[in-house]
Every structure is written in C-alpha cells, then in structure tokens.
Design a protein. Structure first.
Length: 494
C-alpha cells in the first residue's frame, strides 16, 4: 500500500457528508430558536426573563462542557461520542418540542447544550483524523467550514418558515429527522482512529474547574447584556471565571494526564487560530443580531422575509469556504489567507455601518456578499489549524478549543456590541424628538456604532493571523512528513 495515499477510509466523503449534517443541526438550532422564541413565550406564558434563560440554558451547558466533551471523545472514541451526542440531542429536542411549561423547555435546552458539547468536538476531530492528505483536507474543511459559517443564516430562514407556517414547536422537532440521518451515517460509514490505552484517566478536578470557569464566563457576559457591566452579578461572575480558569491552567501544568494539555494552547499556529476565531466571532454574532433587528424593526420584514434576506450571505459563505478557501489554501500560507479573509469581512461589515433607515436592499446584499466571502475563506484554514500537529489522542480536546473560542467570542460579542448599540441609541434619542422616524434613526445609529467596533474586532483577528500563524502552505510539507503522517494513520486504523 502506498504511504502517500492511504485507503484507510474508502467512504470518507460520505462520512464527511453525515458529519457535516450533524454539525449543521447544532448550528441551525441556535438560529432557529432565536426566531421562534417570541412564539414560544406567548404559547407557554413565560416572562422576558424566562425568554433570556431559554438562550442562556443552552449557552451555559454548551460552552461550559466543550472541553470536557472534547476529552471524553478522546477517551471513549470520537465515533462513539458523536453517536451519543446525536441521540441525546434528538431526545432533548423532542422534549423541548413537547414542552408544556418553561421548566420543561429549559431542561430540554440544557440537554441540547450538553449533548452538543459532546457532538461538536467529536465532529471536528473526526474530520481532522480522517483527511490526512493535504488537498483532501483542504476540501473537507472547506465543506465543513461552509456549513459552520452559513448555518446561522440558513437557520434564520428555516426558523422564519417554521414559525410562520407551522408553529414554534417545529423549531425543536426539526432536529429529530436531521439527527436520525446523522445517526445512520455514524453507524454505517463514519470510522474512528482508535487511541484506546494511550490515556485511561479523566482529570476530574480539571474538568470541574474548566466547566465552572467557562460557565461563569458565559453567564457573566450574559448578565452584562441584561443587567449591565456594573451589576454585582456580572462583576462577580467574570471575576470568578478568571480565578477558576487560572486555577485550571495551574492545575493542568502539574498533571501528567491533564484534561487540556497546555502544549495545545502554546503552539503558535493553534493559538493564533483559536484567538483569531474568537475575535472574528465577536463581530459575526453582533452582525447577525443587528441585521436581524434592522430588517424586522426598521425595515418591517416578516420572519420569512428576514430569513430570505440572509440568503446572499449564506451563499457567499459557502462559496468562500468551499471554493475560494480551498483553492487559495494551495497558493497562500494559512495565516495570510486568514488575515486577508478577515480584512475582506471587515469591508463588508463597514458597509453595514453605512446603512440608513431608507437604504436599499441592494446595498445590504452587497455588504452581505462581501462579508460572507471573507469569513468563509478565513474560517476554512482556521478550523483546520485548530488541530494542527495534534496527536490523535488529543484531537478531540483540540477541536473543543475551536468551539470554546467561538462560544466565548459569541458571548463577548453579544454582550459588548449590544451594550454599545443600546447606549448609542439612547444617547441619540436624548437629543431628538421621540417620533417613530427618530426611533428608527436612533436604532440604526446604534447599530452603526456597534458595527464600527465589530470592524475593529475583525482587524484584530487579521493581525493575530498574520503575526502568529506561520504554518506553510500544505504542499510545503515534505514527502517524508506526508509519508510519516499517512503511515501513522494507516497503522492506527489497521
């Protein structure tokens, strides 16, 4: 057998399809639920505070358990945890769809977060270990990246259709058939790289510290959005997260079998990928939120119209990841491609900052397309670098760090940019009459201010990529290194 073209995974492209479908389910769920929440609140008769907890319950469970979920996938096997995550997510979604009160819905959302934290790192590490050929790996992460970046926009469309033409319960029930397809694929075509016997102990103290630290961090930023940055709860949670995460790092540095080996974070290419993704997601989460508000509150779009209006961005993200990112990765080093992609994205967000209450959809669509092309091209190499040079037995926890970067960036972005927008809107209204036109102008002014900050976050993401990421182009890998990687995978599989 040739070492440079191992045939360990003859159905690897079919496996990629099923893995990507499962990842799409996780991403769609968050976007769909944001659209369906007002209808769910009206049907189950809970307060605005309860509505916030429907979002927070998922975010706390998902963000807090990602690192633990990644390590469990390394210990138990990625295929096994991938399948368990799919089954659990489907069961939690069924419970949420059948919810008769807020308590049931919150339990279901927390359950989705728990199993999503098991599913997401398993999916990314399976792709990383399955595709070792540099050209195939670029294509695989291009497809996966397209789904990861475009899923949010598609979720808004699907959420609008389900909510407007069926009811909010289908925002949960829709996950069941998607999960069923993923389970069939996991059982029939997905293969794993066995690492049994290389690590048999779970770092329970580290798991507790990491989980509590991430939960405190996500919850702190959530409270900052609703209560303000000066709130005692916000300050306490953010301070506790710093103490807990520092204690986690200190503990990990002293253990022989840590939950998160610190060399995963100290290698410059992986660290650059994690940090740049976090900065970029700060911008992207805020951008999705404010565009949705702009379309519905200012332009008067229905939920379905809002979803349809996001289609240019979704299509551009898919093209940017699967076509531009894949092709340019053979011509540019990853850091340069990521930096260029983030700067193009910044241009698109900058155009959004120029939107007015009477702006045409043409300008919005152009901004969406530029933004989508840039972020799609940038995220493709960033996701691949998240497991750059990682041993198979650590692939799951390294993949979890990509998800943790997105979750932390999303929490920061939602809280920080929403606060900036709200403050700018209030300041504008103080100097203008409270008419309907002035209110719309004030909202747009607030969104524009937040977009400028989002542009700054994207520029920081680009700088991190250009300075920290120095990995060469994939074809610069020597034949000896390619043969060694291929032989290692073939040996593990056989």
């Amino acid at each position: 057998m040739s070492l440079t073209t191992p045939q360990a995974h003859p159905r690897r492209w079919a496996a990629l399809l099923f893995i990507s479908i499962a990842q799409l389910m996780v991403i769609l769920d968050s976007a769909i639920m944001n659209i369906a929440l007002p209808s769910a609140q009206n049907a189950l008769h809970f307060s605005d505070g309860g509505r916030q907890w429907v979002i927070t319950a998922y975010g706390l469970a998902f963000g807090g358990l990602l690192i633990l979920g990644g390590r469990l996938s390394d210990l138990l096997g990625r295929k096994r945890t991938f399948t368990i995550g799919l089954i659990g997510f489907a069961v939690a979604s069924a419970l949420g769809g059948a919810a008769t009160n807020l308590g049931m819905l919150l339990i279901a959302r927390a359950g989705q977060g728990i199993f999503g934290a098991l599913l997401a790192p398993s999916a990314l590490s399976l792709i990383s270990l399955t595709f070792t050929n540099s050209k195939e790996r670029a294509k695989a992460f291009g497809i996966f990246g397209a789904i990861a970046t475009a899923g949010g926009a598609l979720g808004l469309l699907l959420g609008g259709v389900l909510t407007q033409y069926l009811n909010w319960r289908w925002s949960m029930f829709v996950n069941i058939p998607i999960a069923a397809v993923g389970i069939v694929g996991a059982l029939t075509v997905v293969q794993d790289i066995p690492t049994e016997g290389k690590r048999t102990r779970l770092d329970l103290p580290g798991a507790v510290l990491a989980t509590l630290g991430l939960v405190a961090l996500v919850y702190g930023f959530s409270e900052a959005e609703s209560r303000g940055w000066n709130s005692g709860v916000t300050i306490t949670m953010l301070a506790a997260s710093v103490v807990l995460l520092l204690a986690f790092v200190l503990l990990e540095s002293k253990l022989k079998s840590p939950l998160l080996p610190l060399h995963i974070l100290t290698e410059r290419n992986r660290a650059g990928a994690y940090l740049s993704v976090a900065f970029a997601v700060i911008s992207m989460f805020g951008m999705f939120l404010f565009l949705s508000y702009y379309m519905q509150l200012v332009k008067g779009y229905s939920p379905v119209q809002t979803g349809l209006a996001f289609i240019p961005m979704a299509a551009a993200q898919a093209f940017g990841s699967m076509v531009l990112g894949t092709r340019l990765s053979a011509r540019m080093r990853p850091g340069l491609l990521m930096g260029a992609g983030y700067l193009v994205t910044a241009v698109g967000v900058l155009l959004m900052a120029l939107l007015q209450t009477d702006s045409s959809y043409t300008l919005l669509a152009v901004a969406e397309i530029i933004t989508g092309l840039g972020i799609g091209a940038a995220f493709m190499p960033a996701m691949s670098l998240g497991t750059h040079g990682v041993e198979p037995e650590n692939a799951g926890v390294a993949s979890a760090m990509v998800g943790a970067s997105q979750q932390v960036g999303g929490s920061v972005g939602t809280a920080l940019l929403n606060t900036i927008a709200a403050s700018s809107t209030a300041t504008y209204l103080l100097s203008h009459a409270h008419t309907r036109a002035a209110t719309n102008d004030a909202l747009v002014h607030g969104f524009s201010t937040a977009y400028w900050w989002a542009v700054g976050a994207l520029v920081l993401a680009a700088l991190v990529s250009l300075i920290a990421v120095n990995a060469p182009r994939p074809q610069h890998q020597t034949p000896e290194e390619q043969a060694g990687d291929s032989a290692k995978v073939a040996e593990l599989v056989i």
